[in-house]
Design a protein around this ligand. Sequence first.
Ligand code: SF4
Ligand code: SF4
Length: 194
Amino acid sequence: MASAKAYKDAALSKRLADRSYRPALDSDPTFVGDVERISGTTAHLCYQCGTCTGSCPSAPRSSYRIRNFMRRTNLGLKEVSLNDPDLWLCTTCYTCSDRCPRDLIPTDVIMAMRNMAAAQGVLPKNMLGTVNFIYQTGHGVPNSDGNRAARVKLGLEPEPETTSKYPEYLPAIRKILEAYGTKQLADKVLAEGQ
Ligand code: SF4
Ligand code: SF4
């Protein structure tokens, strides 16, 4: 039997342990519309076939279930969705989107929810560490000496055609991260040690 997940927020943890669904209490009827507007996919057409979860590389390795997030969208379970750590376990491989028989894009549903969560300041610390890497180098995973050596061995230039090779484009990337408040959020949360 799967063990219960621990959430930092005790009230949320208690609430999630209770599997009862109370529409009047839990449901935000604006949620599905907001998700559809941000994601550009008609999430309400999901008929819960499970093809997405069956195709998902994260599912066998974690408690993350994309079908569950699709269902929550249609039930209006906004707070539960945005506060669930599993929201951040999608690799954005788009396999589910390739295979959905309803031609939905579940990946973009997840991306929409991540944007909504980030707007509320709900964001995993490691993601914010990645923001700082992007701010400093233009990459979530910066180039390294080992990677440069491997590229040369393959007959490639040591630096790819990105900010690794053209650091003059870094100020524009920094401007975007600052304009959306992403850099400031990363600095604030990392400084607080959350
Ligand atoms: S594959 Fe598409 S229709 Fe099936 S559960 Fe996933 S999102 Fe819904
Ligand atoms: S895009 Fe995300 S949810 Fe879809 S299959 Fe890949 S990891 Fe799973």
